[in-house]
Design a binder for this molecule. Structure first.
Ligand SMILES: [Zn+2]
Ligand SMILES: [Zn+2]
Length: 357
């Protein structure tokens, strides 16, 4: 079925472009008066009609300007289009000034391109975008900057709070380093993808705890290993370096007092300290930490300090059986320990457990 153009009456259809009321509406253009939903308009008449509509939306301005650009080559109408184009640009500027978006927070007019959008707001506000802030909302530069300051203040407060909490929970800090490594050994925390990988972080020794906090840009990516010093298995205490033993004995540092299992090896650069302890689930963990220093003296210093603190805690403990002894005496704990160490299988564990019950 062929159609005729509302404006010039030529036959349209059969591959020729034609436009209906929908095309006006979707571009936010005003329909010419008398044009109904049954009418069609040809591809030549449409831009001419469109550019004479009175845009009431910035999208319509942009659309008409685009139409004009596409019509530039047609000599007969070039002048008309160009004149209308310059008119429209002026109108658009005026329109933007008058009706451009307002700041979501202070309602100040900020023009079409001013201010900050939702991505920016989420990124720079500690509480995310305010409720109701949508893809088309914006905040002015002033409010944006306030948001940024708020976030900084909030983060500073959080850090201070965290410090206070740490102090309250963990006791007085004895030593602290921002350049520690965790090499694995705690079942709940991976050291990295492959063997030898380390996680970098902060190591804090307090009078009651040893705490490793993994470095991360985002607060949510951080994690902590908190070792209560009274849960450290002192007999297994050791400083370890992965390869051969070297002249540590002759190095003048008396590590013999670290107990029977205490060993110190030297790889020249990386010195690790292994801190075996029983975690809050009664599981044996043996996380391995390093502290960067050129000579490796830092880790020795740490080892000494941790050891001294451990000794102090052991001395202060009441003379009843220690935590470690209790776990040795509790048959179920012993079983768990043997399971963890791989001395018995899960099946054997269950069997023995049943016997105990
Ligand atoms: Zn026509
Ligand atoms: Zn504002």
């Amino acid at each position: 079925m062929s159609k005729t153009c509302w404006k010039c009456n030529q036959t349209i259809g059969f591959g020729k472009k034609n436009f209906s009321i929908k095309d006006f509406n979707s571009k936010k253009l005003e329909c010419p008066s008398g044009f109904t939903k049954n009418d069609n308009i040809c591809g030549e008449c449409y831009p001419r009609v469109a550019i004479h509509s009175e845009p009431t939306h910035v999208d319509a301005f942009d659309y008409i300007l685009k139409l004009i650009d596409s019509q530039k080559k047609k000599d007969d109408t070039k002048y008309e289009f160009l004149t209308r184009a310059s008119e429209l640009r002026k109108e658009k500027l005026k329109f933007e000034k008058e009706t451009g978006v307002t700041c979501f927070l202070c309602q100040k007019k900020i023009g079409m391109l001013g201010g900050w959008d939702v991505a920016w707001v989420v990124d720079h506000s500690h509480s995310g975008a305010p409720e109701g802030f949508g893809l088309k909302s914006r905040v002015c530069l002033d409010c944006g900057n306030k948001m940024k300051d708020e976030k900084k203040k909030h983060e500073k407060q959080n850090r201070q709070e965290e410090k206070n909490n740490l102090f309250n929970e963990l006791g007085t800090i004895i030593k602290k380093t921002p350049s520690a490594q965790y090499y694995g050994g705690h079942n709940a925390y991976l050291a990295g993808g492959t063997f030898g990988d380390a996680q970098n972080g902060e190591l804090i020794l307090t009078e009651k705890y040893l705490v490793f906090t993994k470095n991360a840009m985002r607060e949510s990516k951080k994690w902590k290993i908190v070792i209560p010093l009274d849960k450290v298995i002192v007999g297994d205490w050791k400083i370890d370096e992965k390869t051969r033993r070297k002249s540590m004995a002759g190095g003048g540092v008396g590590f013999g007092f670290f107990g029977g299992a205490g060993t110190i090896h030297d790889t020249g650069k990386s010195h690790d300290i292994v801190v075996p302890y029983v975690d809050e689930n009664g599981m044996d963990q043996a996380p391995r930490f390093g502290v960067s220093s050129i000579t490796g003296n830092a880790i020795r210093e740490w080892a000494k300090l941790i050891y001294d603190t451990l000794v102090k805690i052991q001395k202060e403990k009441p003379s009843e059986p220690t935590e470690t002894k209790t776990s040795e005496e509790d048959p179920l704990k012993v079983l768990k320990l043997r399971l963890v160490k791989g001395e018995i299988t899960k099946e054997e564990f269950n069997e023995l457990k049943e016997l105990l019950d």
